[in-house]
Design a protein around this ligand. Sequence first.
Ligand code: GAP
Length: 434
Amino acid sequence: MNVSMDTLVTLCKTRGFVFPGSDIYGGLANSWDYGPLGVELKNNIKQAWWKKFVTSRLDMVGIDAALLMNPKVWEASGHLATFTDPLVECKTCHERYRADQIDLTAACAKCGNKGTFTEPAAFNMMMKTWLGPKEDATATAYFRPETAQAMFVDFAQVLTATRKRVPFGIAQAGKAFRNEITPGNFIFRQREFDLMEFEYFIHPNDWEKSFEYWLAQMHEWIKECGIDASRVHELEVSAEDRAHYSKRTVDLEFDYPFGKKELYGLAYRTDFDLKNHAEHSGAKLEYTDPITNEKYLPHVIEPAMGLDRTFLAVLLSAYEEQDVDGEKRVVLHLPKHLAPTKVAVLPLSKKEELSSVAQPLAEKLAKLFRTEYDETQSIGKRYRRQDEIGTPFCVTVDFETLTDNAVTVRERDSMKQERVPIAELEAYLRKNLE
Ligand code: GAP
């Protein structure tokens, strides 16, 4: 179902997925903190991505590079010159907008005056800082706007260290920073966000085949995340809208409640980056084919996937409101491997005879699966709470448990209940959580 952003943002805040950042100080516009459940969901997505695209493949390796790189990197990559968005300012109230996101003939959304916008000017989105005690040009550094550059800068070292042969890829997942003119739409557009991307190095002749292959892999990943495929659309990005390094880009867009917008991007970066780094640094970044002895600069296919946007699309796709016996049930149908909490142990009452069984059981399960223990409120309310955060299994300890040494296991989506002996519970959960 199509849940509204207001409903989703409220759920995220009340259940501890995502909080407004710096809240007790009145917040910091468009900054968000991932809460106790959010960090688990985010980590699970990141781990699933790393497993699918890195550790389960023979042709992929990962790195974890510094966020701050030599500023010469950003000169060579073209980011200092061209990583810009068009900026306009209202001449009356001085509010600033991204020129490509508003109607320049309409009135200013803030002051209501018409025809007052300045001519669009290129605004560089690199986030600047200083290294060390001097705040001058010699100490200027930039927080990376993409994780990609370290994969190019470290290309030769990775090649020597791993003895990989083309085709192969280098992957990285981590923070990126962009001084966005208009962040917004919850975690969709932030100034600080998480990227998961890899550079897949190929022979130039193979780029079309490789592009199609990775596009299909991205669709497969989307499906594995439980993202509603009917809300995902391919957009062939026109030459004028492509990033400065790309010869072909396909964006995968998602139908968010605020419109159809980018989820992921797939770009053919040619040898743009390796060539520029070789020229600017003087390093030899050519690859020699061990069989043909051909020397060439590998070309690159780059699947880039935002972690925060994945998180958002996963939640939007998982959310459902159902009518169960005249009562509203909110349920997150999260894929089990992504669910932040896998099991909730719920003693039927707070009585000591039940908690003395349930508490140690929860402690034991917590060593195997992310487990919650909850003994307050009615069992119905506790089930609803677990449904709302997408917990696949609730384990209820009741008075019968004291005699039959079994528990009731309730499955989230079907709400079916099954009696399972405690001795078999671990195996049961392992099997069903796979
Ligand atoms: N290295 C290529 C690159 O960075 P991009 O299309 O600029 O390409 C990649 O960004 C992905 O990062 C996007 O598809 C999106 O998922 C995510 N992303 C970009 N800007 C973002 C922002 N301001 N906030 C959250 N996610 C963002």
